[in-house]
Design a protein around this ligand. Structure first.
Ligand code: SAJ
Length: 410
């Protein structure tokens, strides 16, 4: 492929795909790169492999305009954007970050990058990663490459699943370059579609800012979750408590839930803990409180189930949060798996946003409608506050034992 692109986006997942597509609809010539052939084929047909409201329309428009093409390998471009996953290493002590994908994406640029190019890291990353990608690329290019010929910046994504397309345009952004020129060029690039303010800083501050935002949310959710544990012990309705406390002008408590899911908030705080373990006690404890919550829910269900000989348990919701179909890293799934493993009862699973159960839940229970589940259930376990559940008649819940982890009606 000889054509030169304006932007080459590496990683066509939840962040890379909307970003590549919006650049294309704004007139940039974009190459999207993914290592999975099915993803590349799907996108080149103008279709999508992930669910997000209106993303299908955006991708179709981008591909039909001729400005977005997907491929398995990068090609020469003015700017490269790295938007690959940064999970933590499973099975290690201390939840260390796993930068394998970022490193592989960076090294894959060596064949196509040219002096003067800008390389932007969008993936949520531990502090120091932008400097690291500079090191990896120069290492790959060999001793004749000069650091000052390549420009690097971190520009973390901040968009909320379920509202990604709106937030992509309207959220403020932070750009942290390794040089002033890198910052300036990255800002100009994002101004193509971002209508909000773009703030310039250095790369390490930008990296830490993203981790801080998600840790802030995690700590605040942990406070709400801890309150729910305390209220269970003291026999107080946590929803009424929070509603009343939030009437104070300087108090704004978030919502307790069955645990914290998703790929960001449950992961990113560990990057701070791994980097500064002695100083991040609060952040680590918040993670522990939130990770404990699914176990507390399972224990509550077991206790309530004791009074039934063959309890039928309706589990409302499997997604990681309301009104999305994303089941990955969902506390609801973890809870269902535990209930199934411990044979607590017959499980009726309700998830209006999916048509089939994920492999890891096959055999755990039947996927049924909310009405079917509520009619048959002894115990109703609300795991996600989907809008479909809020619309259900309260009468369907009468005479059932209800364990509402989300405060469905509060
Ligand atoms: N949750 C609660 N109680 C609450 C709020 C959330 O239990 O009051 C739970 C949710 O049910 C879910 C988890 O927390 O399981 C995370 O949900 P979320 O809606 O708070 O956040 P995400 O993971 O969908 O997206 C977050 C956002 N970060 C912040 O709001 C600071 C988003 O802006 C980021 O772009 C995204 O992480 C990311 O990609 O990092």
């Amino acid at each position: 492929m000889n054509q030169k692109f304006d932007v080459c986006v590496l990683g066509l997942g939840y962040i890379g795909l909307p970003t590549a597509s919006i650049f294309a609809t704004k007139g940039k010539r974009v190459l999207g790169v993914d290592v999975v052939p099915e993803v590349v084929d799907t996108i080149n047909q103008g279709k999508i492999h992930i669910q997000e409201p209106d993303l299908d329309i955006l991708v179709r428009a981008a591909v039909q305009s001729g400005n977005l093409t997907a491929a398995l390998k990068p090609a020469p471009a003015e700017t490269f954007i790295i938007a690959v996953p940064t999970p933590f290493q499973h099975g290690t002590e201390g939840h260390l970050p796993d930068l394998t994908y970022v490193e592989a994406a960076t090294r894959s640029l060596a064949d196509v990058v040219q002096p003067g190019n800008l390389i932007v890291l969008e993936s949520t990353s531990p502090v120091g990663t932008t400097e690291q990608i500079q090191g990896w690329l120069l290492d790959e290019l060999g001793p004749s490459a000069r650091a000052e010929d390549y420009h690097f910046a971190h520009c973390p994504e901040r968009i909320l699943p379920g509202q990604m397309l709106r937030e992509l345009v309207t959220n403020d952004r932070i750009v942290g370059g390794l040089s002033d020129e890198a910052s300036r060029r990255a800002k100009a690039l994002y101004e193509t579609f971002c209508t909000a303010d773009i703030y310039l800083t250095d790369a390490r501050t930008a990296e830490m800012a993203k981790l801080t935002e998600n840790s802030f949310r995690d700590v605040n959710i942990a406070f709400a979750n801890e309150l729910s544990l305390i209220c269970d012990r003291l026999g107080i309705d946590v929803w009424e408590l929070i509603r009343l406390a939030n009437r104070h002008p300087r108090v704004n408590i978030l919502r307790p839930g069955p645990g914290v899911g998703g790929h960001c908030i449950a992961v990113d705080p560990w990057f701070i803990v791994a980097a500064a373990p002695d100083e991040s006690n609060l952040i680590r404890t918040a993670r522990e409180v939130n990770n404990y919550k699914p176990h507390h829910v399972v224990a509550t269900v077991k206790k309530k189930a004791e009074r039934f000989r063959d309890p039928v348990i309706a589990c409302l919701g499997l997604a990681f949060k309301a009104d999305v179909d994303d089941l990955r890293e969902s506390p609801a799934i973890e809870i269902v798996q535990h209930l199934n493993a411990d044979r607590v009862g017959r499980l009726l699973l309700v998830e209006p946003n999916v048509k089939t159960l994920p492999v890891r839940l096959q055999g755990a229970g039947e996927l049924v409608t909310a009405e079917e589940a509520l009619t048959a259930a002894d115990i109703v376990l609300v795991l996600v506050d989907h809008r479909e559940f809020k619309a259900l008649s309260r009468r369907l819940f009468d005479e059932r034992v209800v364990i509402d982890t989300r405060g469905l009606w509060s």
